[in-house]
Design a protein around this ligand. Structure first.
Ligand code: ADP
Ligand code: ZN
Length: 531
């Protein structure tokens, strides 16, 4: 058989047309490609689906030598390489999944100058023989994919990425391009510093994804709410449902399947073959719903994911943005839906408290969680707040495509309600051997005669029944917001509500408090409301 057609050209436009079959570059791509092809370093911040791959693939073909791509996504390397080979690009990879023969073959191709692109797992750089191999070949550029993995401040830190600071020392003349879809100012500064890219040109694309409708609803009966969303707004659509635990992934997938929805589970505890099969079906077939932990999704390029639903609270705004960003890469209207409640806050706070790591690490995790909670509890445009987090200005106060814009959230003076909750918690705190969670506090406020109330004679408390002006869901919302803002915390096996340093001022009414009013029917989509 004749070999693949020659695809190299020093003209990036020709490479774009002849190899990738596209008519033109998008957004910043052209500037980035020209800058890197000309030998410049670059730090590229572009949202998921923005087209980062071409930013290093085209320069790799336009420059002489092999483009070396550092990527943590070992499981995807084979697919990426296959896709490139189908276009006639000479691509290969080196990672721990290969046997010795495959590796040797790739190494020979690289040394013979027969590779346009070489994908490499970062830990390969710890292997001296691999570094020597790279030194013996000819390198067109280094591309550092998922560059936020180098930042300890970020949510996805991988120690092996720190090895990449060696690249400019060993190869001072080889241009480097670092790419990420996740970067707050803090993360970006850390990437630039750790990868020694301070002198590089920074390309920051807009992080707005206008076709994604953001919605965050109070979690009541999550599976029913999810089913409702799928049936009323996304029947037959492909989507991803994220759950925190493997167990809830499996249970949710089963529950959806029982309701006639084509749902498949995906988490790190499943057999590798099952994971591969489910991922392949999600990519290949229409209308598959992937129920997954966050182990799923990085690097997945499926354009028509119509919704991303979170049944549990993400740990950070970066994570939320990245996960929801997998929806609507084709630019068509898509939904990012999150259900969240007090138990989420309790669980995540506890996970942070119990986690390994020093005080600084825990402080970082808490700051991440607090930012996520602020996004959940905001009464303003979600998109504006999300973009502000990434240091960008939406340019208008409301986007018209998020729940808070479509169904404006009013706020109310919650000072007195907060005083009632805090006074109740205060009175319970003396019963040291007992623990009373939110449910019991609400029973007291509503004046309910439960067996637990009888047992502890809590109907004799002065606060018993003082909360009949609000409903049970309203009290749940008040307590959730108090915890989200750090005005109450939750401790112990029974999720006891506990005072924080800031509680007393609010209890005494010295600090007025504005709370969010849950929109009616907040569990339903805005589309089901007339208007
Ligand atoms: P990212 O890595 O930033 O998430 P990709 O590089 O995977 O994004 O690109 C997302 C999708 O957009 C891919 O399907 C890709 O083929 C397509 N794409 C990227 N750039 C262009 C372009 N200039 N013209 C047409 N399609 C493009
Ligand atoms: Zn909005």
């Amino acid at each position: 058989a004749s070999g693949p057609p020659p695809v190299r050209s020093s003209d990036p436009h020709e490479v774009l047309r002849r190899v990738f079959g596209y008519d033109g570059f998008r957004g910043d791509q052209q500037e980035i490609v020209e800058h890197v092809t000309g030998g410049g370093d670059a730090l590229v911040l572009m949202p998921t689906g923005g087209g980062k791959s071409l930013c290093y693939q085209v320069p790799s073909l336009a420059r002489s030598g092999t483009g070396v791509v550092i990527s943590p996504l070992i499981a995807l390397m084979q697919d990426q390489v296959d896709a490139l080979r189908a276009l006639g690009v000479r691509a290969g990879f080196l990672n721990s999944t290969q046997d010795a023969d495959e590796r040797r073959l790739t190494e020979q191709e690289f040394l013979a100058g027969e590779l346009d692109l070489l994908y490499l797992a970062p830990e390969r750089l710890r292997v001296e023989s691999c570094v020597r191999l790279l030194e013996r070949g000819r390198i067109a550029l280094f591309a550092i994919d998922e560059a936020h993995c180098v930042a300890q401040w970020g949510h996805d830190f991988r120690p092996d990425y720190l090895l990449l600071s060696e690249l400019p020392k060993r190869w001072p003349d080889v241009p480097r391009v670092a790419l990420t879809a996740t970067a707050t100012d803090a993360t970006r500064t850390e990437i630039a510093q750790r990868l020694e890219l301070a002198q590089a040109r920074h390309f920051v694309a807009s992080f707005d994804r206008p076709n994604i409708a953001y919605r965050i609803v109070p979690k009541n009966e999550p599976r029913r709410q999810l089913l409702d969303l799928l049936r009323t707004e996304h029947p037959g659509d492909a989507g991803i449902v994220y759950c925190l635990s493997r167990k809830s992934v499996e249970q949710t997938a089963e529950a959806l399947t029982a309701q006639g929805i084509r749902a498949l589970p995906y988490h790190a505890g499943l057999d590798a073959a099952v994971r591969r099969e489910n991922q392949a079906r999600f990519l290949r077939e229409d209308g598959v719903v992937m129920v997954a932990t966050i182990a799923f999704g990085m690097g997945i390029d499926k354009p028509d994911v119509r919704f991303v639903a979170h049944l549990d609270l993400p740990k950070s705004v970066e994570g939320y943005y990245q996960e929801t960003g997998r929806a609507g890469r084709d630019g068509e209207p898509s939904t990012a839906w999150l259900a969240y409640g007090l138990p989420d806050v309790v669980q995540q706070r506890k996970m942070i408290d119990d986690s390994d790591g020093d005080a600084a690490h825990k402080r970082r995790l808490r700051a991440h969680l607090d930012a996520m909670l602020a996004l959940c509890e905001t009464t303003e445009c979600r998109r504006a707040q999300l973009l502000r987090y990434f240091g960008q200005d939406l340019g208008t106060a409301s986007c018209g495509n998020c729940d808070t814009c479509l169904t404006p959230v009013s706020s109310w003076d919650g000072t007195v309600a907060a005083q009632k909750v805090l006074s109740t918690v205060w009175r319970l705190k003396n019963e040291r051997r007992q623990s009373f969670g939110a449910v019991h506090v609400i029973d007291i406020l509503l004046g309910r005669r439960t067996s637990k109330i009888d047992q502890f004679s809590h109907d004799e408390l002065s606060v018993f029944g003082v909360g009949s002006d609000l409903t049970e869901p309203q009290w749940r919302s008040v307590i959730r917001q108090l915890v989200a803002r750090g005005l109450l915390t939750v401790g112990g096996a029974h999720s006891t509500l506990v005072f924080t340093d800031e509680s007393p001022a609010v209890m005494r009414g010295e600090q007025p408090l504005t709370l969010r009013t849950e929109p009616e029917r907040a569990t339903r989509g805005s589309r089901s409301r007339s208007g």
